[in-house]
Design a protein around this ligand. Sequence first.
Ligand SMILES: [Zn+2]
Length: 121
Amino acid sequence: MPTPVKITRPKPYLLTIAWSDGLETTITIRTFRDECPCASCKGENIMGTTYSFGMQIIKPGMYDLASIQAVGNYAIQADWKDGHNTGIYSWDILRGISEQHSLSEEDLMRLAEQAARENGS
Ligand SMILES: [Zn+2]
């Protein structure tokens, strides 16, 4: 299983991970939050059925990442500015999210243009 060698935020809205197998993935901070693997975001698996207790309300600070902490040598924990910090992303979960949502050069350009427009208005 590849592990992250380096986790950086090249832009406030991007999370880039360099992996031990040489792959580099970039996802948005928003995706990182939307894919929070904790029980209240992803629902709890009870008797084989997934119940979602997550609410689709966007809270202030929800997509603001305050910090990322290492959890042992198997995961990272994200601390969000809305106070949410129960999401523990093990390497296999993180790798799955990163591969599934990895941004192309085109996506990155579009996001940069969008950010420039938002800052300019
Ligand atoms: Zn969560």
